[in-house]
Design a protein around this ligand. Structure first.
Ligand code: MSP
Length: 631
């Protein structure tokens, strides 16, 4: 059985469970969802896959940090992804976990097959391993000795491992990419991969000794090793649809129409994956599409910068559809995009509240008031009405094309241009005035605007399914046919709830009035300056940080006070992770009597501000050397 033309298979990367979902993860998943909904609406048989990547060093380390077993960590963390996707109305057909038994079994079958075929060999090797990327880098790939993604020097590791003979497919891969221009998109990424392939392609290390990393899929031919996490993870795209286990199912969906990925994982998807497929005798996916990154103030999101935007916070505040709309609207194909709440509000107010929402409510109000809530007839369409009709017909063609080219931001822009043209038409025709003298002509205008609105609604449905459902419940927009004139005159209009109420940008908080006399302290609490100066406060740099075992609140810090390096124990683990602290400048009291906290020596105390459940470390406004006196 070969894949039917109507079958459409789309995937997202499977996300590491060392972290909770942020808008970057949400973006790829929403993009896949929009495309899935679009293709379903066109009658395609869609399989939309997403899931989580649960093996590897990153996950093992995250579990260790929380003091639990990796499986327990995965079971806890994957729930965050499942919940987020539910809240974002993601319609995935399956959610794969790489700890699923069927996946483990299929990965082992593939490995055994490649081993038997002589595609894998044993070898001692040294390389620079970046845990963040979960991959080895050659010296050439490093920038100033650092990983280009994480700007951290990777660890140099030398050990016996198993290698996949990837290098032998270099020539084949270059030819394949050249002969199939749609294989890697957009073109900039394709060129990047071809550029990468100009260098020597090395064989791929596909194992990790259990002595170093035990959390992974055991190699079927050597129980002292686990499979390299990327080799395991990439195979999810075929194991999820029954590879090696359910041939009819596999043949129904494979090859995938789209693997959607972010630009950070182009090499693994466009070099490792095709060569793995080639060696296993599996046909290539149709398109691997790499989008850009969501940044915050032009900066990569990261825990240490505390600039991670969580999609669910936005959904709770503004509703799911505006968030979906904004992310799809504001990322230009292949480029990075910037996120800020101010931009979100601006976009929402201009596109959704002013243009789209306003048009819908104007039409509904006029029809309710003047036509007893029934769609009027279009009795005598003239040139302007024909123009709108012609534009609507062209709009559907353009939007279909742009969706198929994955230029979704352009598709939205085109739809918005059409919406604005109907708003202008309404302004010029002023049906609210004309109704007083010509009810028939006004009916034509309102029918034309409403039919335009129906077409817009159907085109926006994959992006904002919930709001469009509300609109289609109020307006009699039953027909999904995009041909002009499918809106029935005489059909009933129900009450339309306000779709996109304007968001008032948050007013800056009023500055508390200056008091001429500060609040008076109780005299008994007053201290002299000498008493204050008894406490020796200095700036210190955090050199290392780690949790105190069996406690929830305590962290053990090694700090540089300018005079010495010392250890302190601080009750801040519920507010800061060790990574967030390393490198930070803090303020400490250095002349406190030493204490022993939970059996650990503490030589000083850090300063932090605390209110209710919030805690913020005291630091300096600008960088300063350790040992600067504070007072
Ligand atoms: N587990 C691997 C992927 C294995 S796929 C076989 C991985 N996981 S990840 O959790 O790091 O997620 C990577 C993907 O999340 C990116 O490729 C991208 O799709 C999305 N994003 C993560 N951060 C992003 C942004 N800041 N902006 C946009 N998307 C990014 O790599």
């Amino acid at each position: 059985m070969t894949k039917a033309k109507s079958a459409f298979y789309i995937t997202t990367p499977i996300y590491y469970v060392n972290d909770k979902p942020h808008i970057g993860h949400a973006y790829t998943t929403i993009l896949a969802d929009v495309l899935s909904r679009f293709h379903r609406a066109q009658g395609a048989d869609v399989f939309f896959l997403t899931g989580v990547d649960e093996h590897g060093q990153k996950v093992q380390q995250a579990a260790e940090k929380s003091g639990i077993l990796p499986q327990e960590h995965c079971d806890r963390m994957m729930v965050h992804f499942k919940n987020a996707w539910e809240k974002l109305e993601i319609t995935n057909d399956f959610f794969i976990r790489t700890t699923d038994d069927f996946h483990i079994k299929a990965v082992q079958d593939v490995l055994q097959y490649l081993w038997d075929k002589g595609e894998i060999y044993e070898h001692e090797y040294g390389g620079h391993y970046c845990v963040g990327c979960e991959r080895f880098y050659t010296s050439k790939e490093l920038i100033d000795g650092k990983c280009p993604q994480h700007q951290k020097a990777p660890e140099y590791i030398k050990e016996k491992n198993y290698f996949f003979k990837m290098s032998q497919y270099q020539g084949w891969l270059i030819d394949y990419i050249n002969e199939n221009p749609g294989f890697i998109q957009p073109e900039s990424r394709r060129n990047e991969v071809l550029g990468f392939l100009k260098g020597t392609l090395e064989d791929l290390c596909i194992s990790r000794p259990k002595s170093r990393l035990s959390w992974g899929i055991e190699l079927p031919f050597d129980k002292n090793y686990v499979t390299y996490v990327w080799f395991d993870a990439l195979l999810n795209y075929v194991t999820a649809i029954g590879y090696k286990q359910d041939d009819p199912k596999f043949n129904r969906w494979w090859p995938a129409n789209y693997h959607l990925i972010g630009k950070d994982i182009v090499t693994t998807h466009c070099v490792y994956w095709p060569t793995m497929l080639k060696a296993a005798g599996i046909p290539m996916p149709e398109t691997i599409f790499a989008h850009g990154w969501w940044m915050v103030a032009e900066t990569k999101m990261s825990k240490s910068l505390q600039n991670i935007v969580k999609p669910l916070d936005l959904v709770d505040k503004y509703g799911v559809d505006p968030v979906r709309y904004f992310l799809i609207r504001d990322m230009v194909l292949g480029q990075d995009a910037n996120f800020s709440e101010a931009m979100f509000i601006k976009r929402y107010n201009s596109d959704l509240a002013n243009d789209f929402g306003n048009l819908a409510s104007r039409i509904a109000t006029l029809i309710n008031k003047n036509y007893k809530s029934t769609i009027p007839k279009s009795s005598n369409p003239g040139t302007e009405e024909s123009e709108i009709r012609k534009n609507a017909e062209q709009l559907s063609i353009d939007v279909y094309r742009l969706f198929n080219e994955l230029k979704l931001n352009e598709a939205i822009e085109t739809i918005l241009t059409f919406i604005r043209s109907i708003n202008r038409y309404m302004e010029i025709k002023a049906p609210w005035k004309l109704i007083k003298i010509d009810k028939i002509q006004t009916g034509t205008i309102l029918y034309t605007a409403a039919e335009g609105l129906r077409i817009v609604a159907k085109l926006l449905q994959p992006i904002m399914p919930g709001k469009i459902d509300q609109l289609c419940k109020a307006f009699p927009f039953d027909s999904n046919d995009l041909d002009w004139g499918k809106l029935e005159s005489g059909a009933k209009l129900e009450e339309l709830p306000p779709l996109f109420p304007r968001i008032q940008a948050e007013k800056p908080k009023p500055v508390p009035k200056m008091q001429n006399t500060p609040t008076k302290e109780n005299d008994a609490n007053l201290i002299t300056i000498d008493e204050f100066l008894k406490a020796k406060l200095v700036t210190a740099k955090v050199l290392a940080a780690e949790p105190v075992p069996d406690t929830k609140k305590l962290l053990k810090l090694q700090i540089d006070t300018g005079l010495d390096t010392r250890q302190i124990v601080a009750g801040i683990a519920e507010h800061y992770t060790p990574e967030q602290l390393i490198g930070k400048t803090i303020v400490v009291v250095t002349n406190l009597q030493p204490a022993t906290i939970r059996g650990i020596a503490s030589n000083g105390m850090l300063l932090a501000a605390k209110k209710d459940k919030q805690l913020q470390l005291i630091t300096t406004a600008d960088p300063i050397e350790p040992g600067a006196s504070v007072g």
